[in-house]
Design a protein around this ligand. Sequence first.
Ligand code: CUA
Length: 320
Amino acid sequence: MKATPLNYLTSAGERAAHTVPLTWFTLIVSILVCVIIAVLVWFGSARYEARGGAEATASIRVSRGADGLPWIKWGLILSAVPLLITLVWTMAALGQIVGPPGNPDLVIDVTGHQYWWEATYNGALASDRFATANELHIPVGAPVLVRLHGGDVIHSFWVPQLAGKTDAIPGQNNVTWLKADAPGRYRGQCAEFCGLQHAKMAFEVVAEPRDAFERWRQAQLQTAPPPATDLQRQGLAVVARRCSLCHAIRGTTAGSSYGPDLTHLMSRRLLAAGELPNDTGSLAGWILSPQTVKPGSTMPDQDLSGDDLMAVTTYLETLK
Ligand code: CUA
């Protein structure tokens, strides 16, 4: 599955299919406006030069010509028509995307935090609930309801190829929905300035066939495997001492929901809300000095010995 860049000029889902043509229309009209104005300015200055420039035209008295008014009338008509089309088209598009088409197959609670995304999957039973972070999986072709929450300040949930932006506001429960037409990995991004690392608050939506999604969901429901080697046991001990104040690893004593749930950390493609590849080197570097990668993020640098860092990284890599 190839990762697609943040792309708002193509659509891969039902909601974006209604808004992307409107984006193209306003983009083309805006380009035309720029080009027409540039041509008129060029034409005016060329005529000015042809008449002899500043010296020759200094003595000409400026007066209102009899032919001035039609220019204003045509200018008004020319700008009013595309604006009116945009207004009607926007209203129609909003009407089409306001609610999910039919009952949602899945309800996900997504909370924006400085600077990462928490996702809680709901099910019919309390035991169907689990939390993950920065990587949402959804089944292809199924309407998914996303309830948005603001964990600290205002963030905005945006997966351009699937749906437009919806703000995640503290104290207010906004909803949005997604429906992917094709399997794929769709990049999302926080679209509301929320602090120093706003630009590094990305996520991915993985749309996959129903059976693959169900396998992923079952795997996410599992608790973490117990450590199998001495090094892994040492790693878990460091995690209990250092990381459990902020993170949860289900099946261990780490149970805080302040930071991302790490129970299946290695099932995610990226680290640090889309900033790093999730491999051994990046993981160790991120644990040691998050403030180098994302200055201002809430995770403090960890003053770990080489042994402890190796142990933690080795343990975390068992969290598949
Ligand atoms: Cu969160 Cu910008």
